[in-house]
Design a protein around this ligand. Structure first.
Ligand code: XMP
Length: 517
């Protein structure tokens, strides 16, 4: 892999993604890794990321000079660039000339090396206090800016490179070119890491792990579990059973999507647990959001276990117990939980159906190395329909937390209709990708007066909550075109009995969350 050494700023994941966009596989390692640990991973190239600190700050992470003697191509970015300069005998100085944001950089002489093919004057995105004032011996200066006498350098013989700016952010207009110059020319890599290759590689790995064992997988209706299941199905066929719990809090067409589209695309063996009654009963009269979530979570586990028990019992009867549990864990979760190369074993507690109390499953996590967009690409490669692969996020507790007030079938039906209209119009306007998600919320305990036909109405408001976001941690409300909003409003108030008002949520996150409960 190409290793991205994470110096603790928010840039390492972005760099890893950009490298992968160049079809080169990359992994993130913490800066606490020693040179020995880094080299043990047999990196094809190394990228040192940006970081928050000055190389002179107390406790600033440093890079051992030995990393640069190993013959592995290295690119230092921002902090990584300065740490590299420092380790190799260059001078990093506090110039007092800080640069933040868009900055003009000029090539020293003709653009070359990692700047090949880039205009001699380019706009780059900077974020630094200290600057490299003198390049280490053997390095040539490739670019300068007003605040950075050495803004990029290279030692072609040793295949060592560095840039002060952040090529990984989209504000650096030619950033991807810098990374690709490093990867393809500096490190001599080819861009062969594609969805098709990932798929083949994972299928092999799953077969090797599972052998002729049996596996189960829960389908949530979301992208990750669908792609994970489809991958495992591709690898081991009918040794996999998928479980889908219909909790009755789904949107219009969602259960059918799993029951029909997923199965049609994959040929997977699907066990459907119709548990709508269980959830409605448990939620009867409950209005507190946290209580709703707890109840839904608890009942979900019970429902899943009941389904699992039925499958396990049948499998045990046939003499082929289920040993593997498939999960759609993604790379960001792995990185955020400490990069864990750790054990992937999970205990699942079973006290139903006369099965042993603790069943040990071995986890199969075929998406562990992938980012969300890569999961989507693999899903497409597997032939999953766009409705599944490009699906916007939807919360596990479903419409249960989009009815403000108690949940019942009548209210669910009303919300389902309104939501289906809003989604259809958003799709028709071609905005599915631009909008991160658009919760449609029913204010079930609020009523307002309206007039329809020649009569007074006293109905419920529907809230539209379209947001744009990168990762759901922060969000802004989407500026949807007025005519689209008008169409949605018209259709909902005309077509959904009991709704006489549509309102738009114009709150960012923070302070508002994306969901209302
Ligand atoms: P909030 O409302 O916290 O939502 O801004 C952030 C993102 O998480 C989704 N969400 C959930 N997803 N189970 C889930 O699987 C949940 O309980 C849950 N609650 C919120 C929400 O739709 C948004 O994408």
């Amino acid at each position: 892999p190409v290793l991205v050494v994470d110096y603790g700023a928010q840039y390492a994941q972005l760099i890893a993604r950009r490298v992968r966009e160049a079809n080169v596989y990359s992994e993130i390692v913490p800066h606490t890794f020693t040179t020995e640990q880094i080299l043990a991973k047999n990196p094809a190239a190394i990228i040192l990321s940006g970081g928050p600190s000055s190389v002179y700050a107390d406790g600033a992470p440093s890079v051992g000079a030995d990393l640069f003697e190993a013959g592995v191509p290295v690119l230092g970015i921002c902090y990584g660039f300065q740490a590299m300069a420092n380790a190799l005998g260059g001078v990093v100085a506090e110039t007092g000339l800080r640069e933040y944001g868009a900055t003009d950089a000029s090539s020293s002489g003709a653009a070359r090396s990692i700047l090949a093919g880039i205009p001699e004057n380019q706009n780059v995105w900077m974020s630094h206090g200290d600057s490299v004032s003198k390049a280490p011996e053997g390095f040539e200066v490739l670019a300068t800016t007003a605040g950075a006498p050495v803004a990029a350098f290279a030692n072609e013989a040793k295949r060592l490179y560095g840039v002060q700016w952040h090529p990984e952010v989209k504000h650096s207009a030619h950033g991807q070119q810098v990374l690709e110059n490093f990867l393809y020319h500096g490190a001599g890599l080819d861009g062969s890491w594609t969805a098709a290759n990932i798929l083949d590689e994972q299928v092999e790995k799953i077969r090797a792990q599972v052998g002729d064992g049996r596996a189960i997988c829960g389908l949530s209706g979301g992208v990750d579990s669908a792609v994970a299941a489809a991958l495992v199905q591709r690898a081991i066929g009918d040794q996999l059973t998928c479980v889908f719990v219909n909790h009755g809090l789904l949107r219009e067409g969602e259960a059918e999507q799993v029951e029909m589209d997923f199965v049609a695309a994959t040929g997977a063996k699907l066990y459907i647990a119709d548990e709508r009654e269980r959830f409605l009963t448990a939620l009867d009269g409950v209005t507190d959001p946290e209580t709703k979530r707890k109840i839904i979570g608890r009942e979900f586990i019970r429902a899943f276990e009941a389904a699992e028990t039925a499958i396990l019992a049948e499998a045990a009867d046939s003499g082929q117990p289920v040993k593997f549990l498939v999960q759609g864990t993604l790379y960001p979760d792995v990185v955020e939980s400490g990069g864990g190369e750790g054990a992937s074993n999970i205990k699942s507690h079973h006290n139903v159906g006369g099965l042993p109390e603790d069943l040990d499953f071995e986890l199969v996590e075929p998406l562990r190395a992938l980012f969300k967009d890569e999961v989507r690409a693999v899903g497409k490669q597997l032939g999953l329909p766009a409705e599944i692969v490009m699906r916007q996020p939807f919360p596990g507790p479903g419409l249960g937390i989009r009815i403000i007030g108690a949940v019942n079938e009548e209210r669910l039906e009303l919300l389902r209709k309104a939501d289906a209209i809003a989604r259809a119009e958003l799709t028709a306007a071609g905005l599915d990708e631009e909008v991160w998600q658009m919760p449609v919320v029913l204010l079930a305990d609020v009523r307002s007066v309206g007039v329809q036909g020649d009569g007074r109405t006293y109905g419920h408001p529907i809230v539209l909550r379209p947001v744009s976001s990168e990762d759901a941690m922060t969000a802004d409300w989407s500026r949807l075109p007025y005519d689209l909003l008008a169409r949605i409003s018209n259709r909902i108030t005309n077509e959904v009995d009991g709704v006489n008002r549509v309102v738009l949520d114009v709150t960012s996150k923070p302070p508002g969350t994306i969901e209302w409960e």
